[in-house]
Design a binder for this molecule. Structure first.
Ligand SMILES: [Mg+2]
Length: 127
């Protein structure tokens, strides 16, 4: 198993808990969380070693798309793997997210197997 340190970003405490529990079931233990894009950027700057971001789209203060855009325009984070997990399922939204720089996309609700497959797909591409 890759040595991953996750940052889970979602404004819903319930959804953060679901994602964290899913990752733990998949064997991952090194997991931080944040409740919006702005606090996520703060954690990226202050907590060393985060190497995988899983983010919601719709959040107050700074949404997931703004977070992705900011990460991709910051040289030290430009290659950071990002998985977006969102209720937004229309094709145009997925295209916008991919254009902003997410590595993969999961529509809520999701199964642990889907989460596992999306993470492994990202890692297999060597990002
Ligand atoms: Mg949300």
């Amino acid at each position: 198993m890759a040595n991953l340190k996750f940052l889970i970003v979602d404004d819903s405490p319930t959804m953060r808990r679901i994602v964290i529990n899913t990752l733990k079931r998949l064997g991952y233990r090194d997991i931080e969380d944040a409740d919006n894009g702005s606090s996520a950027l703060d954690k990226l700057k202050t907590i060393p070693g985060i190497n995988f971001v899983i983010t919601d789209w719709n959040m107050p203060v700074m949404d997931g798309l703004q977070l992705v855009t900011t990460i991709r325009s910051t040289p030290e984070y430009s290659k950071l793997p990002i998985l977006m997990v969102t209720t937004r399922s229309v094709k145009e939204d997925i295209i916008d997210a991919m254009k902003a720089g997410v590595n993969n996309y999961v529509v809520k609700p999701f199964t642990p197997d889907t989460m596992k497959a999306k993470i492994e797909t990202i890692l297999s591409k060597g990002v």
